[in-house]
Every structure is written in structure tokens, then in C-alpha cells.
Design a protein around this ligand. Structure first.
Ligand SMILES: [Zn+2]
Length: 359
């Protein structure tokens, strides 16, 4: 649909990209910005981009003067859309940062279109001043401007803002499409690809981010090896597993994107870092319990952690299917508790004892 908008010269001035986190909205927005500004005339004529020209390259690096990725910031209860000082052509003096509305009036510096990507567009403050300023721009958009709002929660947006935009809905991708994307990126073993595609659960952007930053894969390796060591379990093993999870969450930066960071304090407290990374690690733990369960139910080929098949076979006899179901449920409940600000150590220790001894 976006490609056709270029070939038929019906590019919209405001789009709202809607869909769950980690599904590829931002990647698509940047690809669209490239297609709009690509200097390869053949690629552009097909609504596509070449990835090699100066424009494509600068957009990829985040340096294109006409393509802006904007993250609304909230400081002291006020939300603003910061636009860094306008990049000038060599030899000119740097101008002061302009509000988006004024910046949008200026002609593109070197591209065909100015593209503003607002991610996330559902910050609470965007219901007020900054949102209203944005609305003014959307009401009379200059012809060379495309604004893309990205949101996983349109219900949290100013309704007048939503109604001005052409909605583009993003859906979860089928398993095969996620596998194909991972294979295109390369660098993963077939077993790792299967494991990652399984954990992605349709979130193709998440899978892509994971494949490009091996941190979660490394953390997963550590966590599953530790489980293997600890599973002849006793009470100390449960506490040690809780410690391992806490430590991994502290030392790993699992995902750079975070949609819900609302306060202006840029520095990351250790509690916040742990709380942000733990859900992904608990997902890894949950796949282990899930795999032991499908193994126990006689469907070992449906396991996600195929690269750990030997370890899975070694441990699954330790638990009954009922215990495994209980364990899986406990892990998912703990994930929700931590997302709702429960005490981290208490929740983790409690969970580890329940999944190793409960049910
Ligand atoms: Zn290009």
C-alpha cells in the first residue's frame, strides 16, 4: 500500500502506524522514508529504495537532514517534541532548533520529501500542548511533508490527532515469515533461528532486533546452561536461579526500544534496567518449561529450544506434566507482577521455589 502511494503519486501527509510492540513499525517507517527520497530513479519509480545511494545511506545512519526520527520527551510534566538544531549545508551557520510546525514549513534540504517519524506517538503529554501543536501542522500540511505517527496504543492518543491520519495496521507475522527474515539477516544456526522465531511469536521487528544484537542469545545461553547445572534442585538452587536471573537482567541490554519510558530522567536506575530486561528473560525461561511440557506430551519436534534438545531430554523426567503446567503459569504470572512493579527479588525467589518444587 505504501509502495503504491509512491507509484501512483498519492503519498499521504499523515499516517498512523498501528500494531503491537516489536512488530516492525519503525523499520517500515524508515523504509518508506527511503523510498520517498531514494536517488535511484528506477527504484523510486517502483515505490522502492536502492539502499546504496547517498539518501538511503544517510537515512540508514540517521543523518539525513530531511528525515527526522522524533521521540517526544517529558520534562517537568510538559511534553515536547524536540527537534535538534537544523543541520545546515556546509558553510552556513547553524540555525536554532525550530518547533516542528515551523521546521515543517521549510523546503527539504536535499530530499524530495521531509519525513517526520514520531515514535511513540502515545506519550500522555501528547494529549496536550505538543499534541495540539502537532495537530496544527497536520491540519494544513505543507505539500513536501509526510508525518508518520507510531503507536501501539492509539487509545492513549488525542482522538483529533488519530482522525487526521491515514491508519496503517501492522499484524503479527506467520512463523515462516519470521524464519525467512532471520535467515536473510544471517549469522544464526538453524537451531537458533528456530528458537528465536518461536520466541518472537509473530513479532518480526523483535526477531530482527534480537538477531542483530546477540545479547539476548548470549543471556539465553547462560540462563539455560545455569538451569542445566541447577536442576537437580534444592532450596539453594532456587535462590541461585533467582540470583542468575537478576544478574542477567542487570548485565544485559536486551532491547533498545522502550515505549513506556515517560519521565525525563534519562539515566537508567539499576532497578529500572532489571525491570525492563526481566520480561524477555522470563520468556526464555518459559520456553524451557514449555519445551519440557511438549516433550513430556510426546511432541518433541514442536520444541523451541532445539539447540538444547539434549539438556531438555535430560531434565524433563524430573517434573510431571501437571508440575510443568503449574511452572509455566507461575513464570507468566511473575512476568506480569514485575511489569506491575512488584518487588523484584521477592517475586523472583518466590517464582523459582514454586517452579522447582510446587504444583
Ligand atoms: Zn537509494
Amino acid at each position: 500500500m505504501l509502495r503504491r502511494s509512491i507509484t501512483t503519486e498519492q503519498v499521504g501527509h499523515a499516517y498512523l502506524f498501528l500494531g503491537p510492540e516489536g512488530i516492525g513499525k519503525r523499520t517500515t517507517a524508515l523504509a518508506y522514508a527511503k523510498a520517498l527520497n531514494c536517488q535511484d530513479e528506477d527504484a523510486h519509480a517502483q515505490g522502492d529504495f536502492c539502499q546504496h545511494c547517498r539518501a538511503c545511506h544517510m537515512i540508514e545512519m540517521g543523518h539525513h537532514p530531511d528525515v527526522r526520527l522524533l521521540t517526544p520527551e517529558t520534562t517537568g510534566g510538559k511534553t515536547v517534541i524536540p527537534i535538534d538544531a537544523i543541520r545546515t549545508k556546509a558553510g552556513e551557520n547553524a540555525t536554532h532548533p525550530l518547533p516542528l510546525r515551523e521546521d515543517a514549513q521549510l523546503k527539504p534540504m536535499e530530499g524530495r520529501m521531509k519525513v517526520y517519524i514520531l515514535d511513540p506517538a502515545n506519550r500522555p503529554g501528547l494529549q496536550e500542548d505538543a499534541g495540539n501543536a502537532l495537530l496544527l501542522t497536520l491540519e494544513e500540511p505543507p505539500p513536501h511533508v509526510v508525518i508518520i505517527l507510531i503507536s501501539s496504543r492509539p487509545s492513549a492518543m488525542l482522538p483529533t490527532l488519530v482522525s487526521r491520519c491515514q491508519p496503517v495496521r501492522f499484524h503479527l507475522a506467520p512463523y515462516a515469515a519470521v524464519v525467512q527474515t532471520l535467515e536473510e539477516i544471517g549469522g544464526l544456526s538453524p537451531e537458533q533461528t528456530a528458537a528465536l522465531a518461536g520466541m518472537a511469536d509473530g513479532r518480526i521487528g523483535w526477531a530482527r532486533a534480537m538477531a542483530c544484537s546477540p545479547q539476548l542469545l548470549t543471556a539465553r545461553q547462560t540462563l539455560l546452561s545455569e538451569l542445566d547445572r541447577l536442576l537437580p534442585a534444592g532450596l539453594p538452587a532456587a535462590l541461585r536461579l533467582a540470583e542468575t536471573l537478576h544478574h542477567l537482567a542487570l548485565s544485559t541490554t536486551v532491547l533498545p526500544v522502550d515505549e513506556e519510558e515517560d519521565d525525563g530522567k534519562a539515566r537508567m536506575t539499576s532497578d529500572r534496567q532489571v525491570r525492563r530486561n526481566l520480561p524477555e528473560l522470563l520468556d526464555v525461561l518459559a520456553t524451557w518449561w514449555r519445551d519440557m511440557l511438549v516433550g513430556e506430551l510426546g511432541q518433541p519436534d514442536r520444541r523451541l529450544n532445539r539447540d538444547f534438545a539434549v539438556l531438555l531430554d535430560r531434565h524433563r523426567a524430573r517434573f510431571s506434566p501437571a508440575q510443568l503446567r503449574f511452572g509455566l503459569k507461575t513464570i507468566m504470572q511473575t512476568k506480569r507482577l514485575i511489569e506491575r512493579n512488584a518487588n523484584i527479588d521477592l517475586a523472583l525467589e518466590c517464582m523459582c521455589m514454586m517452579i522447582l518444587f510446587g504444583g
